[in-house]
Design a protein around this ligand. Sequence first.
Ligand code: ARG
Length: 579
Amino acid sequence: MKDSIRHLIQQALARLTDDGVLPEGLTPAIQVENTKDKSHGDFASNIAMMLAKPAGLKPRELAEKLIAALPQDAQISKVEIAGPGFLNFFQNSDALAGRLEAALADPQLAVRKAAAAQRVVIDLSSPNLAKEMHVGHLRSTIIGDAVGRVLEFLGDEVIRQNHVGDWGTQFGMLLAYLEEKPAAAESELADLEQFYRAAKQRFDESAAFADRARELVVKLQAGDADCLRLWTRFNDISLSHCQKIYDRLNVKLSPADVKGESAYNAELPGIVEALREKGLLTEDNGAQCVFLDEFKNAEGNPLPVIVQKAGGGYLYATTDLAAMRYRSQVLHADRVLYFVDQRQALHFQMAFEVARRAGFVHAGMQLEHMGFGTMNGADGRPFKTRDGGTVKLIDLLDEAEQRAYALVKDKNPQLDEAELRQIARAVGISAVKYADLSKHRTSDYRFNFELMLSFEGNTAPYLLYAYTRVASVFRKLGKGIDEIDGRIRLDAEQELALAAKLAQFGELLNNVGEKGEPHLLCSYLYDLAGLFSSFYEHCPILAADNEEQKQSRLRLAALTGKTLKQGLELLGLEPLERM
Ligand code: ARG
């Protein structure tokens, strides 16, 4: 719709140029926005204000001429001038109703990707193995999952890559601990976190142990068979912990998506060699570095990307370069999105630049770091357990489900135990996910059980409940959401407002996919639920004035239900039919 308005304005501008009102050669970027207040129409453009100066007219004068020059269009009922010279476009309600009918008839809800379909690699979750996942891994996992779902819905081919840290120094510690206490393998390995902590304690208290751990990392990375066997075992246990969490979180990740750091091990010497051949390497204190002029430290000296340590070891950045090359040359990605903590922003900027200069990635490949802020506790400080330890993700999810259970039981005491449990699970997990997804990606936020489980405000319970309200209309009616005949007719103000919102779903999803920002989808669904609520209050559905109106309202409710459901699913939440 915005595109067709842009096109209309384009034509008006061309006419005014022909008439000599506007000078030749202007190519303004035409901005069209959704209006907030429907009394100002549905779309607004500031084009008259932008071009008033070159035209030598007052903005309102130019706006008048523009309106006179706009071609007729069936979608637009009228255009008005507002304020200092905005053009306000009112959409024709029949045309709007027609667009909603098209959405209702389409399993894709008439959503299409505006640009060409792409092959997109999503780097997400990527915890460091051998420890259990903690809350810090939550954001990457669920934000990346939601964006992946949206892109898939838009028609992109999405390849998920779980770039787990499975090759780091932590393994030396675990190997050293097993060597020292072989019996621990049987007793303690079952609780990996416990095992890790015991090993870490030995590492911190004994220099000899720490030395042995470092030796063992070298041995492992050199391919020692015994070390590798144990390492595989640690990884298997650790990955199966992760998988349990992914399943519980309803995240689309499977063992097949794991491509960890170790997978690039054999490529690393070649990466350094290729950089050398390109003349990009500089030796600095025995380490192999790439210096990039545009990245400088506080003293103004260029910062290096270190790709090989003086001792010969490779680094995080080296592996990322190998992964980029793989994603370009083997996966043929058009776009690669990295859902990784904002604090790694500089690492990615530099690594992307090195990969481009070295020709590791094809020129058209988009590389985007989708950084995110920190999840803090309710006190605004980094999230910690009462005794100061890191919070395990699994404990957090358990608590969310317990709290949701109490809440749902309180609201709905007559539910039977099995259904209660199932609803509590969906509400608890959805609440945790939604609280995260609804925040702006790059901001830090406070984790707060009370707020996220509230039935009021922009929360999962509110939205899940809104969907059950729509579902209950059809339950009462005894008909499926797809079994409603008739046509949508938009008369009441609340119907028009709801309809205009519904018609924005496709544009909104395109935005989410481009920017990698699921919070936009959350706000959209929250607004949609609010508009449905006032429609529901003011426009009786089952008690409508006549059959035609009843069918029309049912169809509007049906599209609202489908849009809410699709939206929740794209966020990775589980819509419930009742709660
Ligand atoms: N394992 C890393 C960490 O926990 C995240 C890896 C992100 N992905 C990447 N390609 N570097 O910090």
